[in-house]
Design a protein around this ligand. Sequence first.
Ligand SMILES: [Zn+2]
Length: 67
Amino acid sequence: MAVEGAKSPLRRLKEYYDEAEPACPACGHVDERTGWSGETDGRQVHYYHECPSCGAVREHEIDVRRA
Ligand SMILES: [Zn+2]
């Protein structure tokens, strides 16, 4: 679902997670290529990152109105 106004906060938060949590807490691998992916249903933003080294998944869900 494309929501015009949600694009820039989405990108800001993706960059925030790219910077705040670059390293996998399970194996310490720093993923500089994939980074976090974010998607939204218009209410919540779901951020997701799967470690390319060990497969550990990190997720964050944020209320889009606070994003
Ligand atoms: Zn890992």
